[in-house]
Ligand binder design. Structure first.
Ligand code: S3P
Ligand code: PEP
Length: 424
C-alpha cells in the first residue's frame, strides 16, 4: 500500500518515459520471422514485453544480448514447436499477436495467461484466424488457454467487427507465413506499427484506407531505437494539464498520430500542448510540452477512441476538473482490458468525490469538482494505479493506493520518478 500525500499546486518537470510498449512487443515478436539480428535500443523492459520475449525464446529465437537499453535477438534455424505452454502473463498483446505468429510454427502451441488475461476475450482473434484457415482453439467461453496447430493457414480476406490493432496485427503476422496473401479490413483506423514494421523489414505490404494486404515471405531483421511510449507520457501530460501553472516536458516520445489522440483532447480541453518532431525512425518521435490552463468540458465518441484507447480513463479524470458536462462515449472496449476500466475508474473518481455517471460505453462527468482523496485499489491494473497517482496530485487529502506494484507491467520506474518530481 502506498500513501500519496497532496502535491504542490504548481510544478515544472522534465521527464523521459520508457520505450513504447507496442513497438517493443512487435520488434521482439517479429524477430521470429526475420533473417539476421534484430536490435532494439531503448526497448521497454517490463513484465508485458518480457512475456513476448519468453514466447519467441520458446520457439527458437536466441537472445544475444539483454541489458538495460539494448536487446539483440536472432532466430536460430527453423522455428520449433514449444516444449510446454507459453505463459503470456498479463499481456493481451503477447497472447493476441502471438496467436497470429504461432500459425507459422509447425506443431502444437498452447498460450496461457494470468487470472486477468484468462478472462479477456480471445474469440475476437481466434475467429478471424480460423476464417483464414488457421486451426485454433479457445475455451468454450472464448477465453484462454489458446491452442494453435501451426502450419495450416491458407490466407484470404477478413473483415474485423471491432477496432483492435492486436487482432489486425495477429492476422497480418499470420499472413507472413500463410500460403496466400492475407487482407484485413478494419472497422476504424487503429495503430499501424505492425504494417510499418513489416514494410521496414522488407515485407510486401500495401495499405489502402482501412485495408492492409500482406504477402507471405521472410523478413529481414533491422536495428532501431524505440521512442518513449505516448501512453506512459500521457500520465505526466495529465498531471500538468490538471492545474494552471504546471508544466512538463517529455523527451523522445513516439508522436505517431495513431497514438497521440489524448494530446489532441488535452489541447481541446484548453491545455497548451506542443508536439515537436525530432526524428522519423522508426516512426515520428520528438518532445512534448504541456502547460496547464483552466480546463473546459470535452466530448469523446467512438471515432476518437482508437488513438487514445489506453488513455481514456485519464480523460475522465480531467473531466472532473473541467468546467461543464463532459461526455465520453464509444469506449466499451475499456471493459475488457486488464480490468473493467470503466467501472474501476468510476470507483476511483467517486471515492475521491467526483460527480460521475457511468454508462455502458463511458461516462457523463460534471466538473469542476474538488477531489478529496481516500483509499483506492488498482484492481491489479497498471493503468488504474497510475490514474490514481495522477489524481492524487490534485486531491486535498492523502490517497492510500493498493495494487501499485502493477506498474511493473508497462512502467516499472513510474513511482520512483513520481516521487522524485514531487521532491518527496
Ligand atoms: O496493438 C497494441 O499494441 C495494443 C492495442 C490496444 O489493444 P486493442 O487492440 O485491444 O485495442 C491497446 O489497448 C494495447 O495496450 C496495445
Ligand atoms: C490493454 C493494455 O495492454 P494489453 O492488451 O497488451 O494487455 C494496456 O497496456 O493498457
Amino acid at each position: 500500500m502506498l500513501q500519496l500525500t497532496p502535491w504542490p499546486e504548481h510544478f515544472s518537470a522534465s521527464i523521459r518515459v520508457p520505450g513504447d510498449k507496442s513497438i517493443t512487443h512487435r520488434g521482439i515478436l517479429m524477430s521470429a520471422l526475420a533473417n539476421g539480428v534484430m536490435e532494439l535500443t531503448d526497448w521497454l523492459d517490463a513484465a508485458d514485453t518480457r512475456a513476448s520475449l519468453g514466447l519467441v525464446q520458446a520457439i527458437g529465437v536466441e537472445v544475444l544480448e539483454d541489458r538495460p537499453g539494448l536487446l539483440r535477438l536472432k532466430r536460430s534455424g527453423e522455428l520449433r514447436e514449444p516444449l510446454g505452454p507459453i505463459d503470456c502473463g498479463n499481456s493481451g498483446t503477447t497472447m493476441r499477436l502471438g496467436a497470429g505468429l504461432l500459425n507459422g510454427v509447425a506443431g502444437l502451441s498452447v498460450l496461457i495467461g494470468d487470472e486477468s488475461l484468462s478472462r479477456r476475450p480471445m474469440a475476437r482473434v481466434a475467429d478471424p484466424l480460423r476464417e483464414l484457415g488457421g486451426v485454433i482453439f479457445t475455451r468454450s467461453s472464448g477465453t484462454a488457454p489458446l491452442a494453435i496447430v501451426g502450419g495450416r493457414l491458407r490466407g484470404g480476406h477478413v473483415r474485423l467487427a471491432i477496432a483492435s490493432a492486436q487482432v489486425k496485427s495477429a492476422c497480418l503476422l499470420a499472413g507472413l507465413t500463410a500460403e496466400e496473401p492475407v487482407s484485413v479490413r478494419e472497422l476504424l483506423a487503429t495503430r499501424d506499427h505492425t504494417e510499418r514494421m513489416i514494410h521496414a523489414m522488407g515485407g510486401q505490404i500495401t495499405v489502402r484506407g482501412l485495408e492492409a494486404t500482406v504477402q507471405p515471405g521472410r523478413l529481414e531483421a533491422i536495428a532501431f531505437s524505440v521512442p518513449g511510449d505516448p501512453s506512459s507520457a500521457a500520465f505526466w501530460a495529465a498531471m500538468a494539464a490538471l492545474r494552471p501553472g504546471r508544466r512538463v516536458v517529455i523527451e523522445k516520445v513516439l508522436l505517431s498520430p495513431a497514438r497521440t489522440g489524448f494530446f489532441r483532447v488535452l489541447a481541446n480541453a484548453g491545455a497548451t500542448v506542443e508536439l515537436v518532431e525530432e526524428g522519423t525512425v522508426p516512426e515520428s518521435w520528438g518532445h512534448i510540452v504541456v502547460t496547464g490552463n483552466t480546463l473546459k468540458a470535452v466530448q469523446i465518441d467512438a471515432q476518437d477512441v482508437p488513438a487514445m484507447v489506453d488513455e481514456v480513463p485519464l480523460v475522465a479524470l480531467l473531466a472532473t476538473q473541467a468546467q461543464g458536462m463532459s461526455e465520453i462515449r464509444g469506449a466499451e472496449e475499456l471493459r475488457v482490458k486488464e480490468s473493467d476500466r470503466i467501472r474501476v475508474t468510476t470507483h476511483i473518481l467517486e471515492t475521491f468525490g467526483a460527480a460521475v455517471q457511468e454508462r455502458p460505453d463511458g461516462w457523463r462527468i460534471e466538473g469542476a469538482t474538488p477531489l478529496t482523496g481516500g483509499m483506492v485499489e488498482a484492481a491489479q491494473d497498471h493503468r488504474m494505479a497510475m490514474l490514481a497517482a495522477v489524481a492524487s496530485t490534485v486531491t486535498t487529502g492523502p490517497v492510500s493506493l493498493s495494487g501499485e506494484e502493477s506498474v511493473a507491467i508497462s512502467y516499472p520506474e513510474f513511482f520512483r520518478q513520481f516521487l522524485a518530481v514531487k521532491g518527496a
